[in-house]
Design a protein around this ligand. Structure first.
Ligand code: SAH
Ligand code: SF4
Ligand code: F3S
Length: 487
């Protein structure tokens, strides 16, 4: 066991969200053309790629894992930090060579970078044929057909209604156990550092019936965990009036009241006790006690909350326009501990070196981390994004070396806290859901407990993915628990 522990380290900042990318898997249903998609950014973007694959499948495309075989290449992009955009530009230049050999290849840029840069992308990146924003994916087949005839195209129309509720996603890169379901799109908050409200448009919630139906279908296919996705799941709100009853052809009696996030959680939790429910992201200003009590009421709603704080200092939080302060945040953490107990997992996102942040204010972030005792965090240094409120109002005045040093301190603090939290689990028994064999060896299985901790157990050949098993924790590193099944 010891040699495993040495190899595992804590996630580093830019490996976390925006620089991750996933490619498609091979799907062969006898279609004539091949689509290759690479996805960058957050889970919502990965989930959108599954919608894109579904739309393209209806229009004659199977997915391929080999871009050399592809007739169409899509990059589903992220704009959250400058580095995320640079990664995509590098990737486009790599595809340049292929396009030279194969001029009939269509290259599309999708997602947040498409939305942010619009037709400028066609000017800047000559090999791009189509540019399509997150709300215009239904138009992809038309745009690709035009591109094949030699006409480049852009559609970055942002909608107030589009939720792709009727589209059944083609699951890409799935382990067959956990699936992601988008429950809303867009964001109506205006955090001053953030590009998302500009790239994803207004917030809108998806019909709860289509969410429950999608979760049920996943369960019937053998999935045992769904993660409900939105930029701010706590502001989920659906009512027949607001969400255009006529368009969805819904009978009046089916939904009589407004459905909020707590109700939605309950509806999904009732599908089957064997289906675990996770959700992301919770916003500190909106997470209610009603949501916490709903999580408590159902064993199959996981006791884990991703509650990004961004900064531990109230002045900085105000500049960030997060609409809560340090005390409010700590009060929400207190409510989580009171209602859901010490074992509930809590994780966060942190930004180091936001405009005008002083050393003392940076230390407030470290001290808040120490009070909350996060299990895990995604940590970044501030990257100014064109067009955001912060870019317009404040100078990006913290030198890069200082941002990096503060970030390193935050990462070090998180590593200590993760280890401290994991040590508390030694000797405890948890139910884990097995997701497959561990990356390192076929002799080990990997699963997660309710608090979202990765647990590694020996593979004795009797357990398989999708099984639940009770495990006693014997050892840990900062990132992983190691256990053994108990009778
Ligand atoms: N809706 C989620 C966050 C989505 S973006 C929320 O409100 O918590 C994911 C994370 O990226 C953010 O939480 C933030 O920590 C980070 N981020 C966003 N914009 C950034 C920027 N300009 N520079 C650095 N990090 C940023
Ligand atoms: Fe960005 Fe704030 Fe919306 Fe999150 S809540 S997506 S950080 S604007
Ligand atoms: Fe990136 Fe867009 Fe998600 S900017 S983090 S892909 S919403």
């Amino acid at each position: 066991m010891e040699n495993i522990i040495k190899d595992i380290d804590i996630i580093s900042p830019d490996e976390a969200q925006a620089c991750d990318f996933k490619t498609t898997e091979e799907e062969n249903t006898g279609k004539t053309k091949k689509l290759y998609i690479e996805s960058y950014g957050c889970q919502m973007n990965f989930s959108d790629s599954e919608i894109v694959a579904s739309i393209m499948k209806e229009n004659g495309f199977d997915t391929t894992a080999d871009f050399q075989q592809a007739d169409v290449i899509f990059l589903n992009t992220c704009s959250i930090r400058e580095k995320a955009e640079q990664t995509v530009r590098k990737r486009l230049s790599q595809f340049n060579a292929i396009k030279k050999q194969k001029p009939e290849l269509t290259i599309g840029v999708l997602g947040c970078m498409a939305e942010r840069l619009k037709d400028k992308l066609l000017e800047e990146e000559k090999i791009v044929d189509v540019v399509v924003g997150p709300d215009a994916y239904r138009d992809l087949p038309n745009l690709v057909a035009s591109a094949e005839e030699g006409t480049k195209g852009v559609n970055t129309f942002l909608s107030r209604e589009e939720t792709y509720a009727d589209i059944s996603p083609v699951r890409l890169n799935s382990n067959g156990v956990s699936g992601f379901i988008s429950i809303m799109r867009g964001c109506d908050n205006m955090c001053s550092f953030c590009v998302v409200p500009f790239t994803r448009g207004r917030e809108r919630s998806r019909d709860p019936h289509s969410i429950v139906q999608e979760a049920r279908e996943l369960f019937e296919k053998g999935y045992r965990e769904v993660t409900l996705l939105g930029q701010n799941v706590d502001s989920y709100k659906w009512s027949p009036e607001e969400n255009n009853k006529a368009r969805l052809n819904r009978k009046e009696e089916e939904v009589t009241t407004v459905i909020n996030f707590a109700h939605l959680l309950e509806m999904v939790a009732q599908i089957d006790p064997l289906l675990r429910i996770r959700f992301s992201t919770s916003h500190p200003k909106d997470i209610t006690d009603q949501v916490l009590y709903t999580i408590k009421k159902y064993d199959n709603i996981c006791k884990y909350i991703h509650l990004p704080v961004q900064s531990g200092n109230s002045r900085v939080l105000e500049l960030m326009n997060r609409t809560y302060d340090r005390e409010w945040y700590l009060d929400r953490v207190r409510a989580i501990r009171e209602i859901l107990g010490e074992e509930c997992g809590i994780s966060s996102d942190m930004i180091a070196g936001f405009c005008t942040e002083t050393e003392e204010e940076h230390r407030d972030t470290l001290s808040l981390m120490e009070i909350v005792k996060y299990d895990f965090s995604y940590m970044f240094y501030y990257s100014e994004r064109p067009g955001t409120l912060a870019a317009k109002k404040y100078a990006d005045d913290i030198p890069l070396e200082i941002k990096k040093r503060r970030l390193a301190e935050i990462i070090e603090k998180q590593a200590q806290l993760s280890l401290e939290r994991n040590k508390l689990d030694l000797g405890k028994v948890y139910e884990i859901l097995i997701e497959g064999t561990s990356k390192r060896s076929e002799d080990q299985l990997k699963g997660k407990n309710s608090a979202n901790k990765v647990v590694i157990i020996p593979n004795d050949g009797t357990l398989k993915k999708g099984d639940y098993v009770h495990v006693r924790i014997k050892d840990c590193s900062a990132a992983t628990l190691f256990g053994e099944p108990i009778a």
